[in-house]
Structure formats: C-alpha cells, structure tokens
Design a protein around this ligand. Structure first.
Ligand SMILES: [Ca+2]
Ligand SMILES: [Ca+2]
Ligand SMILES: [Ca+2]
Length: 174
C-alpha cells in the first residue's frame, strides 16, 4: 500500500473510528459513535431509532473485529486494521458502514447530502469546521455536483482505495 493511502487510513482511523482517542478500536468507540449519531439526529435516548442505530453500529464493529482483530484481544490496532485493509477483508464492513452512514447524514431523507448535513455530522467528530467547508466545496465543485448515494459511494471508495492525489474523495474526511 502506498504511503498516501496509509496516511488517509490513519487519519480516518484516529478521527473517525477511535473516538475515545486511546489509539485502538474497541467496542467502547462504537458505543460512543452510536451516541453521537443519536444526538446529531435528535433522537431521545432509548427511542426505537436510537436502539436500532446502536444495534447496527455494534454489528458493524463485530464485523470489523471478526476480520481485523488478528491476535484476538478484542481490540483492533492500526497495524491490524492496515493489514486487514491491505488483505481486502474489510471491504464488506466498509460498504455496510457507508450505506448506513449515508442514511444518518441525510437528515432530510431526500437522497442528497447537503453542506449543512455534512457539517453537522462531521463536526461531531471534532474535525475543524473551516476545513470541512473547504472539503465539501472541493468534492462538490462548489456545490454543483450533488452528493447522492452514487457519488457518495464513489467518494467513499476513493478515500479508502485511491492513490490519485487529485481524487475528490481524498477530502471526504475534511
Ligand atoms: Ca479507542
Ligand atoms: Ca487485536
Ligand atoms: Ca438531505
């Protein structure tokens, strides 16, 4: 894997997956992610939507753990994550996460992620708002390319797999 891709995976791993910032992925990170999605969506704690979201997120974690936790200690280090990504065994996890995530971000349910929706969710992960605004303008060509499910899938894939320094998806996480 190229350094460029490793860097992108590293950034994503630390800002987006390892939400409690202890350097490894474990169930607690995904519990917190479910809580962030709950609060950004405005669902009450314990509501059916919140419960369902938590179940989906923990299912995603279980899927990642089963593929990437090679020493079986219940945690996924960046090295383990990288090895699994390199081997291609995290692809199904990534795609399921993507489909779920699209629905979470698309708050209005119109099938398009607009700038407000994007900023609301990504700011929750502590990414700088100005960088996010720039990023959104860049991958939508100043708002002229709508982020529908198809384009979202392209951006997501580019982020994880593209070696092209100019691929719009490189900016997906700010
Ligand atoms: Ca962690
Ligand atoms: Ca492990
Ligand atoms: Ca929308």
């Amino acid at each position: 894997m190229t350094d460029f891709r490793v860097k992108k995976l590293q950034k994503m791993f630390h800002t987006f997956f390892d939400v409690n910032n202890d350097g490894v992925l474990e169930q607690a990170d995904f519990e917190q992610t479910a809580e962030r999605f709950r609060s950004v969506s405005g669902w009450a704690a314990g509501s059916p939507e919140a419960t369902k979201t938590r179940k989906v997120i923990l299912g995603l974690w279980e899927r990642l753990r089963s593929k990437a936790d090679s020493d079986g200690d219940g945690k996924v280090t960046f090295q383990e994550y990288l090895a699994a990504s390199d081997a291609g065994t995290t692809t199904a996890f990534r795609q399921d996460y993507r489909d779920f995530f699209f629905k979470v971000i698309d708050d209005t349910g119109d099938g398009i992620i607009d700038k407000d929706e994007y900023l609301r969710v990504f700011k929750k992960f502590g990414i700088d708002a100005a960088a996010l605004g720039d990023a959104f303008d860049s991958f939508t060509k100043n708002g002229t390319v709508p982020v529908n499910a198809e384009y979202f899938a392209q951006l997501w894939k580019e982020y994880f797999t593209s070696n092209d320094l100019n691929a719009p998806g490189n900016r997906f996480f700010g």
